[in-house]
Design a protein around this ligand. Structure first.
Ligand SMILES: *Cc1c(COP(=O)(O)O)cnc(C)c1O
Length: 357
């Protein structure tokens, strides 16, 4: 081994879902099946490439203001970043700086563990209960901060706001981050608790309900003090996180409320139909409150169904990890895409049952 090896920061990276470059039915990374608002395309066509000469606005002012207006908060309460992954990573670096362990659920967004390891933050993972629900009493002990998604990923389970509030209220000596990547498909946001609790940060993204995963825009809403701490870290890291184009497109996406409501509603309708279809095929799943369903079939392993679907060019997500190896995480696509999935599953199951007979 080379001597320098021992001083290299080694990490086990997060593994993103596959992005196959050929055409497949892509239900594996919770992207939106619909394009972003047509206003985004119009704005893009007007972009003056001459301005690419210049650095973008380091404060991301226009986008920050659009978000502040949308959520009825002050611009000083908004932080934006390159996808919520960037925002969350900055939050870990800024707020999780204690000797005590940060808490997040055992089954959750797998990036949390990666950032904790990267930044050498101690952490513990209280177990979700047998139904994959958060056990709120597990978060009533000494800790160095708390983070969880609501709805949770990959389970799609939404905890009502009173549960979220209890966790925030019981932990006012540390920062609590609620990762609301999927809240637009779920219910009430913890955003309404921002004025009440100084220790709360709510993080959201343009990647899911706003159809802009490729543009990389995420944001945090909190009180001005915590946002200032976040900005201090950001400016100590990279002043120009958001590019010119993302800033322009982001503003247009926020403004087109009507389009956002319409596409979200369509996804929710498709989800309700998908629940019936999957149940009819014998799948079981917790009540999905996101743009995906976390389902298992009592007669098949997760891996078997995952491989079979992939062979047919239908991509869903599967993990070989403890507790969830028998589950598939299926993103809600268009009705046509979902129909292809159900047809494929039905054909396979019929074939299999003939083999048994
Ligand atoms: C998708 C997702 C994110 C990150 O999304 P970005 O594309 O980086 O904004 C964050 N948290 C959870 C739970 C997610 O599922």
């Amino acid at each position: 081994m080379k001597a320098f090896e021992k001083n290299i920061r080694k990490v086990v990276p997060y593994v993103p879902g596959e992005q196959p470059q050929n055409k497949v039915v892509k239900l594996n990374t919770n992207e939106n099946p619909y394009p972003p608002s047509p206003k985004v395309r119009e704005a893009l066509q007007k972009i003056d490439t001459e301005r690419f000469r210049l650095y973008p606005d380091p404060t991301s002012g226009g986008l920050v203001e659009a978000l502040a207006e949308y959520y009825h908060v002050e611009p000083e309460q908004v932080f934006v970043g390159v996808g919520s992954d960037d925002v969350l990573s900055m939050c870990f670096l800024t707020f999780f700086n204690s000797e005590k362990p940060v808490l997040f659920p055992d089954v959750t967004y797998s990036f949390y563990k990666v950032w904790a390891e990267l930044y050498r933050i101690p952490y513990e993972c209280p177990k979700l209960d047998a139904e994959f629900r958060i056990v709120k009493d597990d978060y009533k002990r000494e800790n160095g901060g708390i983070i969880f998604p609501n709805p949770n990923a990959p389970t799609a389970i939404y905890e009502e706001l009173d549960v979220v509030e209890e966790i925030i209220r019981e932990n006012q000596d540390v920062i609590v981050i609620v990762d609301e990547a999927y809240v637009d498909f779920a219910g009430r946001s913890a955003m309404e608790l921002i004025a009440k609790y100084e220790n709360l940060i709510v993080v959201q993204t343009f990647s899911k309900a706003r159809s802009m995963a490729g543009m990389r825009i995420g944001y945090a809403i909190s009180n001005p003090r915590l946002i200032r701490y976040l900005n201090d870290v950001k400016y100590s890291f990279n002043s120009y996180t958001m590019d010119q184009t993302a800033l322009v497109c982001g503003v247009e996406a926020v403004k087109d409320q009507e389009y956002f409501v319409r596409t979200t509603k369509t996804i929710l309708e498709t989800r309700e139909w998908a629940k019936k279809e999957l149940a009819g095929l014998g799948f079981v799943f917790p009540d999905p409150r996101a743009n995906f369903i976390f389902a298992r079939h009592p007669a098949y392993t997760g891996r078997e169904l995952f491989e079979m679907l992939k062979q047919k060019n239908i991509y869903v997500r599967h993990w070989d990890t403890e507790r969830i190896a028998d589950y598939l995480r299926i993103t809600i696509g268009t009705k046509e895409e979902m129909q292809q999935l159900f047809d494929c599953l039905r054909d396979y199951m019929e074939e299999e049952s003939h083999l048994i007979l």
